[in-house]
Write a protein that binds this ligand. Structure first.
Ligand code: FES
Length: 171
């Protein structure tokens, strides 16, 4: 059944922290446990990730969920994580109305994420951002904060200049 709340992936501006949105989630049919997911199911063979996965949408995870589900304290460290059906067995994608707890955190460059971001930067060095859709997996960047004319994709950390469309190297 369709809700009257805005669908998160259709936003063309930042979500409002504290407001409720219609969000896709991977839901365990047996227990009802769930994870909000970002973008489409995909793999990233170009950076050596063949498993089909989603990324958790950190905007809709409470601090308690981050601790219980991922055993992490820091919300930014949720961004490089992936979610697949093995994490939540007997699951289906369902929509839930969830509260927005925060804006999208900055995708971190760490020793673990750097090789992936670096690999993608080589592949996408001469590509341009169009209509705030990331040229990699077409994540919607219209609902991600712009900082000093730059937007960082929450998918895999590519950073784009919103005025020129050019890739901004981070590694
Ligand atoms: S979807 Fe991969 S960096 Fe944007």
């Amino acid at each position: 059944m369709q809700s009257n709340f805005p669908r998160i992936e259709a936003l063309d501006s930042l979500p409002v922290v504290g407001a409720f949105y219609d969000v896709p989630c991977l839901v365990c049919d047996r227990t009802g446990s769930w994870v909000p997911i970002l973008g489409d199911l995909h793999s990233d063979p170009e950076i050596g990730i063949s498993i089909m996965h989603w990324h958790p949408d950190a905007r809709f995870l409470s601090k308690l969920q981050i601790r219980l589900l991922f055993r992490l304290e820091d919300v930014a460290s949720v961004l490089p994580l992936v979610v697949n059906r093995d994490d939540i067995p007997d699951s289906t994608v369902q929509r839930r109305v969830l509260k927005c707890f925060r804006q999208m955190p900055e995708f971190p460059v760490t020793p673990r994420t750097k090789p992936f971001t670096q690999g993608l930067e080589k592949i996408f060095s001469d590509r341009k951002l169009e209509c705030l859709s990331c040229p990699h997996r077409h994540f919607n960047l219209a609902d991600v904060p712009v900082v000093e004319d730059q937007v960082t994709c929450p998918g895999h950390g590519l950073r784009w200049n919103v005025k020129t469309g050019a890739l901004v190297k981070r590694c």
